[in-house]
Design a protein around this ligand. Sequence first.
Ligand SMILES: Cc1cc2nc3c(=O)[nH]c(=O)nc-3n(C[C@H](O)[C@H](O)[C@H](O)COP(=O)(O)O)c2cc1C
Length: 455
Amino acid sequence: MATIQSNRQEDFRGMLSRMEREGQLRRVTRSVHPRHISALCSQASAALLCESVEDYDTPVVGGIFWTRSRTASALGWPEGELGVRFAKAAARPLPPVTISDAPCQEVMMTGDDVDLTTLPIPFMHEKDGGPYISAGVAFAEDTEFGLNAGCYRMMFRTRREMAMDLFTASDLRRYYTRTYERNRPLPVAVAIGVHAYEHMAAAFKAPAGVNEMEIAGGLRGEPAQLVRGKTVDIPVPAHAEIVLEGELLPNGWTADEGPFGEFAGMQGDLKHNPLFRVNAITHRRNPIFYALQMPWENDWLNGAATEAACMRVLGLAGIHVTAVRATEGGCCGWSVVAAIKKRAGEGKNALTALLTLPVVKQAIVTDDDINIYDPNEVEWAVTFRCQADKDIVILSGMKGKHVDPSVRPWDLKPGELPTTSKFGIDATIPEGIPAFRYERIVPAFKDEVRLEDYL
Ligand SMILES: Cc1cc2nc3c(=O)[nH]c(=O)nc-3n(C[C@H](O)[C@H](O)[C@H](O)COP(=O)(O)O)c2cc1C
């Protein structure tokens, strides 16, 4: 049975333990085959810790960030404050500290002992190209830009090799391209099973040169603790469950990778990507393997940053925003709802500001009396405060994304980028209509009675 103990600085296990106490994680004691983990997680109302995994000694956890409430629980934040807290943390980065005696290096395997088949790497979705490590956080250094952390999926290929998805523009791709052009490998360490603070910071698209582990410190409220790798001189979270040390080989974009279930909820295509060769595996005693579940765990790792970005652009547009919600149906980024204290015209200003964010494709703006966490209230506002011919903003020819089939990416010429149209709904009370026209029904004498006194 996996023991979960917390350390002085809350680590992955401490986080799981707290989630369990909050009813956001359940243990499965019956033996589970790795190929059934995704199916079980997709049916569960909490994250699952599968304590006994057929043919492996390592327990597997999945579904940690599957919903807003689990994400909030992992972070230890109130659900309604994901964006606000993320924005504050990103504005107050804290440099990490390096420690020497790290739990993630309690056990070490090198040489012939390095064998990825000893890890319970699951086959996750019906049409995947192979088993995947979905929760890897890759760390690499560049002489100009310094330490970089990002989340990158990897498909199992051999006992020592995984194909890593470096298809899209990213800092790691930029680091790799530099070494690839010199026909040299890029040393990389991949941490599996890191705390939500480090995982979310790595998922954040920080500009090149910004050390994501400083943002992790901001999220934590204390410096993230790192340790230098044993065989690569790269720092990784000291309390990670498992670390794969190795190098991205200079084979370029040649190895089959995919298909894999993508973050937009659709099955992706076969890609060609670089190979990650693993030269050492270090781990904690009795490690826990984390099988991150697509698409919602990937999406919620971005949701707080999207909400923070929305608040930032609305602030720059001089708008008093009271709440922002990245919606799950919009994969926690493509669709957002914002509540504002409106002055004349600001419903449209707010929409235009939100739609300039690269990922946001649709937006709804309401007044601040609407509870934007309740989809029925939002629909009510759209129904009664919006006139379609005046209050829907459509912007066309904006930057789109290949992953969205509605932009027909297959029609593009090589190198051509997709464009998209976007729309926003101004569901604020239209200018000129007095507020009393929207006076809500209030039950008579509502403050005199409480239901629990009658049940
Ligand atoms: C769970 C998860 C998996 C991801 N997998 C990939 C991936 O395989 N390839 C990729 O290019 N981006 C992937 N991303 C997005 C990047 O991690 C994200 O853009 C990050 O900011 C990149 O960091 P970097 O530019 O500092 O390297 C993933 C994000 C998450 C949350």
